[in-house]
Design a protein around this ligand. Structure first.
Ligand SMILES: C[S@@+](CC[C@H](N)C(=O)[O-])C[C@H]1O[C@@H](n2cnc3c(N)ncnc32)[C@H](O)[C@@H]1O
Length: 180
């Protein structure tokens, strides 16, 4: 095998390993929202954000950018922020942001639960059950008053959604929209 072949193999293996490690660390893989889920989430966000200007929309765990990039393209009048811990998905989404010149999009490689959420108007997420519990606790912090939360698949404990969309897919996925 050539030197280039070995370097490529080492890169691919370390990229795969990094995804396994970050999945174990965060509790969820960087699996993207499905196309149907994205459409439903964009529609729900649009119902609020289309009437506003200068909103801040935050995607918690932005992965490869499957939701955060369409959000930034669909809402150029708003600031869109993504937080992602896993370096490879974050890097891919960052390259896409640069390629598409999305100046309204900021992508942080950071733990979303350690970030400052003040000034956030709408939160979107596709996380997992215990992260939703953590999210609920973080929403009670001083100065953190987002108006809306749109969550793919996982509900916010002890909270009644204002709207729920059930997708016609294999898992009958629900998209929850909370007025906070
Ligand atoms: C299921 S993916 C969703 C990706 C994207 N939001 C979408 O809808 O396509 C969840 C992502 O959240 C990330 N994640 C989980 N916990 C996190 C945390 N505390 N801070 C930042 N990212 C996190 C994972 O690395 C993973 O990429």
């Amino acid at each position: 095998m050539s030197g280039f072949g070995i370097a490529l193999m080492v890169f691919v293996l370390s990229a795969m390993l990094s995804i396994v490690v970050s999945t174990l660390r965060t509790g969820i893989s960087p699996m993207p929202s499905s196309a149907k889920a994205r459409q439903a989430m964009l529609r729900l966000v649009g119902e609020v954000a289309d009437k506003q200007t200068n909103y801040t929309i935050v995607d918690l765990g932005s992965g490869w950018g499957h939701l955060v990039i369409p959000l930034a393209r669909r809402f150029p009048q708003h600031r869109v922020v993504g937080y992602e811990l896993s370096w490879l998905p974050w890097l891919v989404s960052w390259v896409m942001k640069k390629a598409l010149r999305l100046d309204n999009l900021t992508l942080y490689r950071r733990d979303c639960f350690k970030a400052d959420w003040r000034g956030t108007d709408i939160i979107t997420c596709y996380l997992f059950a215990s992260a939703m519990k953590k999210l609920g606790q973080k929403l009670t912090e001083d100065g953190v008053h987002p108006d809306w939360l749109v969550s793919n698949f996982f509900a916010l404990p002890s909270c009644t959604p204002k709207h729920t969309i059930q997708l016609n897919d294999l898992y009958q996925t629900r998209i929850y929209c909370y007025r906070l």
